[in-house]
Design a protein around this ligand. Structure first.
Ligand code: AMP
Ligand code: MG
Length: 401
């Protein structure tokens, strides 16, 4: 049985290099950037005003006071998007708006609220307050210097990074192609939710839970019908999915029972299993295989095992397939509000709830089929074999969206 890290390393080691797609920036949310992008120019590109007001020489208004305003001659007006030719002379000012370029010779912007214009004297501005040099000025390059890295290769295009790239004038990016991921559930006992059940049958729930997790990893999910436990049906369904998808995820039928046909069907279709069984709970039965350029992730059938092994093994692979550097689940630190124990010989990823203050508690029954605790949980805590973590222990809590 492989340790989780070893299993993951073996998966990541054999994945193909990502395929590059040039796409408009606006369509790139959540995509993985394949090329580093640097700033072609300073941001801001020029010194500009952070307020609506008047460009001045700070020295001119050093003595301003509401009781003794300083009178400046208004010599121009620069709406955002326009420029001013010439230098601001002593004793003069120029009308500016937020984002207007600072005219040469000016070294501060007085807020409109600190000025007054007398109706009978519209060509003069009375400044009521003194100002320090460079107040209300946003400097060229203060946000980003020309040549600075805006985003590294292998990083995800978050909302903030997209806005930054747009501000830097980037219209298209090279992103990793999203794999098409086929999703199959195997089991003769499974019925679609909403259909009547006969004795011994259960509702199929794994595809409903896994499909959004697959989408959340960046892949395009293609959901296939339920596959009964029969060798021929399993081969046909797996063959169809392998033909139509880059990656196939199955759930169920990868254990050692005589009704577990996924591994043998995959081999009969020409695939090679790289390994199965990972030393983790929930989620021990797990098969990873290759068939030409296609990949199989055989997830366990038990619902929580299927989702946890997806999160810890298949999700990183789908992210790396698209070129992502960081592929692990995000983690935040929490403090155990109660002890967590693992009596078993495999490490246990315990479903927990973490509140806003960081207090971590078991989410309830931890059996592999127990979905009520998975529904409550907002994290997983890795508890080693035969380990007791006392209350008060600080632990990393693995999170997912
Ligand atoms: P298996 O690995 O096929 O032996 O399945 C293990 C357990 O998970 C059995 O109790 C199955 O009935 C259950 N199971 C398998 N697949 C699903 C599924 N897609 N939805 C809900 N339960 C499932
Ligand atoms: Mg089964």
């Amino acid at each position: 049985m492989l340790e989780l890290e070893e299993a993951l390393a073996r998966i990541l080691a054999v994945l193909p290099a990502p395929e590059s797609e040039a796409i408009p920036l606006g369509a790139a949310h959540g995509r993985i950037l394949l090329d580093q992008v640097s700033a072609a120019a300073h941001l801001p590109a020029f010194d500009n005003s952070s307020v609506d007001g008047y460009a001045v020489r700070a020295a001119d208004v050093a003595g301003a006071d509401p009781a003794a305003p300083v009178r400046l001659r208004l010599v121009g007006r620069i709406p955002a998007g326009e420029t001013f030719s010439g230098e601001l002379a002593a004793g003069t000012c120029v009308r500016l708006f937020t984002g207007s370029p600072l005219p040469g010779g000016a070294d501060a912007v007085v807020m409109q609220e600190d000025t007054r214009i007398q109706p009978d004297c519209p060509g003069d501005v009375l400044v009521l307050e003194p100002i320090r040099p460079w107040d209300n000025v946003r400097f060229r390059g203060e946000d980003v210097k020309r040549g600075a890295t805006l985003i590294e290769a292998g990083e995800e295009l978050t909302v903030g990074r997209m806005a930054l790239l747009a501000a830097a004038g980037v219209g298209r990016v090279n992103a990793g192609r999203r794999p098409v991921a086929g999703l199959l559930a195997t089991g003769s006992e499974l019925r679609e939710p909403g259909e009547p059940l006969e004795a011994g049958q259960i509702y199929e729930s794994n595809r409903t839970g896994l499909a959004p997790l697959i989408e959340g990893s960046g892949a395009i999910v293609k959901v296939f019908p339920i596959v009964p436990d029969a060798p021929e049906a399993t081969r046909t369904a797996l063959g169809t999915a392998l033909g139509e998808c880059d990656v196939v995820l199955t759930c169920g039928g990868v254990s050692v029972g005589e009704l577990d046909f996924v591994k043998s069907a995959f081999e009969q279709l020409g695939g090679t299993l790289q390994f199965w069984n990972v030393a983790m709970k929930p989620g021990r039965p797990f098969a990873f295989g290759r068939s030409g350029s296609k990949w199989l992730f055989g997830l366990p059938g038990n619902p929580v095992s299927a989702m946890v092994s997806f999160l810890l093994l298949a999700r990183p692979a789908l992210r790396r397939w698209q070129g992502a550097q960081a592929v692990g689940l995000p983690a935040s630190l929490g403090v155990l509000a109660e002890p967590l124990a693992n009596q078993g010989a495999r490490r246990h990823f315990v479903r927990v709830t973490m509140d806003a203050a960081g207090n971590v508690r078991s989410a309830g029954l931890q059996a592999s089929h127990a979905l009520s605790s998975f529904a409550l949980a907002n994290g997983l805590v890795d508890v080693g074999p035969r380990t007791q973590l006392p209350a008060g222990t600080t632990v990393p809590v693995l999170r997912w969206e």
